[in-house]
Design a protein around this ligand. Structure first.
Ligand code: 0A1
Ligand code: ZN
Length: 857
């Protein structure tokens, strides 16, 4: 039999066309005979007509997905059958009664460089099935609303054989696994390899003992302890905060080097990009530790929000992702500092999601159509999706939220749900009408919120206006309900109105506060209570006042950021020097040792160069990436000069002498000390950085010193030494690739990246390495957008080379071009030419074709 599975044609799929599958699956039995180039997958699947399916017996369609499978034999109720080949899979004549379907297929995991389905990474077999990878393993209704228990037998000589659920019988050359919880195929997983376990146990609050393992390649076993601790904390936290217990007797985490995303929540067998598991103080930065803790938590929390309750179809992706991101953010805030977590999340949201929402890739949190679902694992679905949950919680209150979540878990356990189901539990638990709130799910684009104030006879009035610009396919937007957290301060800095949640529902709406002796100073959108762009002209004094006095830490930080942004914009517009009021206000904050060092380090951060470009574009100007880079340099230099004394003091004061710990306190101290070092570095020509580099015993300090040395053109020796020291550590070498590009001058960044793509350690096959190199270039705005166009050409060359190997990562990295329309005509022409070259590439993948077409608009 020949390959019975032609590639599906690029076709748009619509939410409105949803129909349940004609059959249900009662049970799946899978047997894997592993072989690198010829793995046999033998399946036995019990189907029954689906009583929920509208179509009647006579037009019941038995369609199974299948891609790149070599069929060996197919049977229905024991009788061999010949399938009809249809786009994306096969069709068979099937009884209108329960029946058994059996298939034997052959697949080639060693040739699978797309890292979807069953593939090999360093001699280890592993799977990635979300979103539509299972169809590359065997014939199946590969859709999230088809749930079934899976029994799996793996035959291989490799020592460790894992799948979902609880372990069953095993012996030399085989292992059996049984997952009693019905699950969709995207949660299936299999791992086989020569792996070492870092074991532990966890006792659930109802007394079940769960075996926990973090599985890694030999040599990495010393880097598992932190991930294991994070897992146990997450398990406890979900019991305490959401009342959710783990539900199997085993939980396995596997680290794999070649992985497209961060990690995957397969039931009982989470598979992780090794960068999201492996940690040691020598090789990982504080930021790496924090990310690992958050991703371990995220995947674990999916066990309830995603696995026990899953999505009806991929349009509902935010149902599991938005909620799980929201839950992992709550967890991180509880483990660390709530304001610091909120501030860093908002920086990320603005940098990635606002950018997406403002350009050709804008889409609703619940999209209503897509071509390739892999292109919708976006900041909008994840991060804006989480913001919507935060707003819901603000609108219904903590108690209402807890009641709604309890109802969600009891009502929908074991089901595949929709956003309508989700909103209904909130409506029923709280009695609130969420009709208007639903627009947040349906309409793309970031609302612009502005306000004016008036004060009359002791009454203070805030009048807000909201407006959302058009996005692709959605020219008109309706007003949304916006929770606006507001506090009022009087001119001596006392709070006269503690935080109150205003609910804006109209396009324009006023709110009054009575009985005030003097006109207050408003602190608006405290805690970033809604994902909007707050447009408000404010004078420097007011911002400096808020930076000094606001009781809301988020808005204090925001005031500092506004001052920095205003200063940069004025420098760019008028050629002025840095704003002294900003420098003075920041200096007072830095000097104030009652302030959390982590907060001070954040206040020292500057907006992204890309954020400034976007702000200029929003104001109708054409950003010049080189000029922006220069303004940043000038400002950083001015700060270094103005803050010399305090920087020297802070550097000494915040050296950590205790043994390394990645906790919030030590990371905050290191962040502030490194920020101080960065300033001193500009004046001492790298002397302090060299000293730190030579004596560092942890990666946070070593990498900061390396990056500082590169920034002042003194990095060559340290770059070479760093490579010699770490050449055997893949994840550290990723950092080595990135830091050379990130720290390069704008005219050199593309050349450095180009040279590094020729390095023997560069490989297209490892997404981490590809991102460390080309991704680092794309995140260097002045280097990537260099007027010569060499940054664009280099990225396009590499995307063209990557696409046949790994469409998913190629498509994702095309997003670097999404802001192209904000630039001048010359740059636009250069980018457009590269995008058109990409699109004209023969056999370009569906993923990349969709992405580039949308970006071109
Ligand atoms: N669901 C995972 C992330 C993930 C998504 C898609 C993937 O392949 C297309 C892989 C992983 C999570 O949210 O962690
Ligand atoms: Zn997730």
């Amino acid at each position: 039999m020949k390959d019975a599975s032609p590639q599906a044609q690029p076709e748009t799929i619509y939410l409105k066309d949803y129909k349940p599958f004609s059959y249900t699956v009662q049970q799946v039995d899978l047997l894997f005979r592993l072989a690198a180039n010829a793995t046999r997958v033998i399946s036995k699947i019990a189907f029954a007509p689906n009583p929920q399916a509208e179509d009647q017996a006579e037009n019941r369609r038995f369609f199974l997905h299948g891609e790149g499978l070599k069929p060996i034999s197919l049977k229905i109720d024991g009788t061999p059958v010949t399938p009809r080949e249809v786009p994306g899979g096969i069709e068979l004549d099937a009884p209108d009664a329960p029946f058994t379907f059996e298939a034997e297929v052959e697949i080639d995991p060693a040739a699978n460089t797309a890292l979807e389905g069953l593939y090999m990474s360093n001699g280890m077999y592993c799977t990635q099935c979300e979103a539509e990878g299972f169809r590359k393993i065997t014939y199946y209704p590969d859709r999230p609303d088809v749930l079934a228990p899976f029994d799996v037998r793996i035959e291989s000589d490799l020592p460790v054989l894992l799948s979902n659920g609880n372990p069953g019988t095993s012996g030399p050359g085989f292992a059996e696994w049984s997952d009693p919880w019905p699950k969709p195929a995207y949660l299936f997983a299999l791992v086989a390899g020569d792996l070492i376990a870092h074991p532990d146990t966890f006792t659930t609050r109802s007394g079940n003992t769960v075996d926990l393992n973090v599985w890694v390649r030999p040599g990495d076993e010393g880097k598992c302890a932190f991930a294991m601790e994070s897992l146990k904390k997450s398990m406890r936290w979900d019991e305490e905060v959401y009342g959710r217990e783990y539900d199997l007797n085993t939980f396995n985490i596997v680290a794999v080097d070649d992985f497209n995303m961060g990690a995957m929540e397969n039931k009982g067998l989470n598979i992780f990009n090794s960068s999201a598991v492996l940690a040691s103080s020598e090789t990982s930065t504080d930021a790496n530790f924090e990310r690992i803790e958050a991703i371990i938590a995220h995947e674990y929390f999916h066990n309830w929000t995603g696995n026990r309750i899953t999505c009806r179809d991929w349009f509902q992706l935010c149902l599991k992702e938005g909620l799980t991101v929201f839950r992992d953010a709550q967890f991180t805030a509880d483990q660390r500092s709530e304001p610091v977590k909120r501030i860093t999340d908002v920086i990320d949201l603005r940098g990635r999601q606002f950018r997406e929402d403002n350009g050709p890739l804008a889409h609703p949190v619940r999209p209503d159509s897509f071509v390739e679902i892999n292109n919708f694992y976006t900041a909008t679905i994840y991060e804006k999706g989480a913001e919507l949950i935060g707003m819901l919680k603000r609108l219904v209150g903590d108690e209402g939220y807890a009641k709604a979540l309890d109802l969600y878990f009891t009502r929908h356990d074991g089901e595949a749900c929709t956003i309508e189901d989700w909103l209904t539990v909130f409506e029923e638990a709280t009695g609130r009408d969420l009709g208007q709130f639903k627009r947040w799910y349906e309409q793309a684009g970031t609302p612009r919120l502005s306000f004016t104030e008036s004060f009359n006879n002791g009454t203070y009035t805030l009048t807000f206006k909201q407006q959302t610009p058009p996005t692709p396919g959605q020219p008109n937007k309706d007003p949304r309900v916006i929770p606006i957290a507001v506090g009022l301060l009087n001119p001596n800095g006392d709070e006269v109105q503690p935080t109150t949640m205003l609910e804006m529902t109209e396009a324009e709406q006023s709110f009054t506060f009575d009985g005030l002796a003097t006109k207050p100073i408003p602190s608006v959108l405290r805690g970033f209570s809604a994902p909007v762009i707050l447009e408000h002209e404010s004078d420097t004094q007011t911002r400096a006042f808020l930076l000094a006095h606001d009781t809301d830490p988020f808005n204090r930080w925001q005031a500092g950021r506004d001052l920095a942004q205003e200063s940069l914009l004025t420098m760019l517009r008028d050629g002025a020097g840095p704003d002294n009021a900003y420098l003075d206000a920041l200096l007072s904050l830095l000097r104030d040792d009652t302030q959390d060092p982590a907060f001070r380090a954040l206040a020292l951060g500057l907006p992204g160069q890309d954020d400034i470009a976007q702000t200029l574009a929003d104001q109708g100007q054409t950003p010049d990436p080189q000029a922006i880079w220069e303004a940043f340099e000038t400002l950083k230099h001015a700060r270094a000069e103005a803050f010399q004394d305090v920087a020297t003091r802070l550097y000494a004061q915040y050296q950590v002498t205790a043994p390394y710990s990645p906790d919030a306190e030590q990371s905050g101290a290191r962040a502030l000390a490194n920020a101080a070092m960065g300033m001193i570095n500009r004046l001492d020509g790298g002397a302090l950085a060299q000293k730190q580099f030579d004596s560092a015993d942890n990666m946070t300090q070593q990498l900061a010193a390396l990056s500082a040395l590169i920034a002042v053109g003194k990095g060559d020796a340290a770059v070479a030494r760093f490579y010699d020291q770490w050449q055997a550590d893949r994840l550290v070498i990723d950092k080595w690739f990135s830091v050379q590009i990130t720290g390069a001058r704008p005219d050199e960044a593309a050349d450095v990246a180009q040279r590094l793509t020729q390095h023997p350690d560069f490989t297209m096959k490892n997404p981490n390495r590809f991102r460390a190199t080309l991704g680092a270039l794309a995140m260097h705005p002045a280097g990537f957008h260099h007027a010569s166009g060499k940054g664009y050409a280099l990225l396009a060359d590499n995307l063209i080379a990557l696409d046949p190997l790994n469409p998913q990562t190629t498509a994702r990295m095309c997003t670097s071009f999404q802001t192209w329309r904000r630039y001048d005509a010359d740059r636009q022409a250069l980018i457009k030419a590269q995008l058109e070259r990409l699109l004209a590439t023969p056999d370009l993948s569906r993923d990349t074709t969709e992405m580039v077409s949308r970006i071109l608009g």
